[in-house]
Design a protein around this ligand. Structure first.
Ligand SMILES: Nc1nc2c(ncn2[C@@H]2O[C@H](COP(=O)(O)OP(=O)(O)O)[C@@H](O)[C@H]2O)c(=O)[nH]1
Ligand SMILES: [Mg+2]
Length: 323
């Protein structure tokens, strides 16, 4: 600071009467931001990184996210409610069609749309489907292009692919990021905040997700089952937590979960030799559940067959899917 601008302490303590009129406090802003994108581009990883919590499960398997999940980021200036959705893919069954429906529905009510892509690869066919959808419905919300996974390939590959994505749609703005290593996320958050309208908080400031704890527990079990199975099996897995209650003491929690598969032949795959795989799924899930609940967790897991559940509206409805 230059000597001329120094103020002594007494002067500084004076009321700000003589100072220029105070600028009004910027208004609090809030809004719903919906994530669109192909499966596996990193939508859930992105949202988890921004809200600094593992709200949505993630995995290298496509279609890990199966319902709309709100992940809420609150700062003194704004509250951003992210609607993480299943990916936009070419659906071939009742379940897949419902998943794409979730993504479409969420984007209609959003204040901002985050179109997330994996910029380590050029656009896929599904990207063209999404762009068509955006064009057809003339959504009023601004569409921001989030070019994720910039850590995965060399910068010139990122740039070449990015140009192709940019050519698909008149995006409001573009943010290259890496959700996995956390780069570019603050700029993205600021970029989103610019498009939020002044408004009150939509959720209490300490709330990070609207997801029911029992569903969240089922999702954690499913994440581990996805991690430990291959090929068609991950797609055939659904998890329901049938019992979810305090254990014998207040420091403990008891859960009984069912891992559903579609065919009898998939059951031994999930169970593993001598029950090894099921045990591993349980151990990994229990570790996560204990960390998030802060209690000792007793988790009992069973594997059952629900023939062709992805094709059956009655079953899907009984699990809470809107089909
Ligand atoms: N290298 C890299 N991998 C990422 C990044 N973001 C997500 N992934 C991985 O991509 C896979 C799919 O992520 P997920 O968030 O489940 O994708 P979603 O289906 O779009 O929700 C997971 O294995 C993530 O770890 C990233 O920025 N860089
Ligand atoms: Mg996801």
């Amino acid at each position: 600071m230059s000597p001329a601008r120094k103020v002594n302490a007494r002067q500084a303590d004076k009321p700000a009467r003589a100072a220029k009129p105070a600028t009004p406090e910027p208004e609090f802003r809030s809004g719903i931001v919906s994530l669109l994108g192909r499966p596996n581009v990193g939508k859930s990883t992105l949202v988890n990184s921004i809200v600094r919590s593992r709200v949505a499960i993630t995995s290298p398997r496509p279609q890990t996210t199966r319902g709309r999940i709100f992940a809420i980021r609150t700062t003194p200036e704004h509250q951003i409610v992210f609607a993480d959705t299943p990916g936009f893919h070419r659906a071939t069954d009742v379940f897949g069609t419902a998943m794409v429906g979730v993504a479409k529905e969420e984007s209609r009510g959003a204040d901002v749309i985050l179109y997330t892509v994996d910029v380590s690869e050029p656009p896929h066919q599904e990207d063209e489907d999404i762009v068509k959808f955006l064009g057809k419905h003339k959504l009023e919300a601004p569409v921001i292009l989030v070019a994720n996974k910039i850590d995965k390939v060399a910068p010139d590959v990122v740039n070449a692919n990015l140009e192709q994505f940019k050519a698909l749609f008149p995006f409001t703005s573009v943010f290259p990021v890496s959700a996995a290593i956390g780069s570019g996320l603050q700029q993205l958050e600021n970029g989103i905040a610019e498009h939020l309208q002044p408004g009150p908080m939509l959720f209490p400031p300490d709330m990070i997700t609207d997801q029911d704890p029992r569903i969240q527990a089922a999702e954690i079990v499913r994440e581990k089952a996805l991690m430990l199975t291959r090929q068609e099996v991950p797609h055939a897995i659904a998890v329901e937590i049938e019992e979810y209650r305090e254990g014998k003491t207040p420091e403990t929690w008891y859960m009984r979960g069912i891992i559903y598969v579609e065919r009898e032949s998939q059951k031994p795959i999930v169970v593993g030799k001598g029950g090894e795989r099921l045990k591993k799924i349980g151990t990994l899930a229990r570790q996560d559940l204990q960390a998030s609940l802060g209690k000792k967790v007793f988790l009992e897991l069973w594997v059952k067959v629900k023939e062709d559940w992805r094709q059956r509206r009655d079953v899907l409805r009984s699990w809470g899917f809107r089909v």
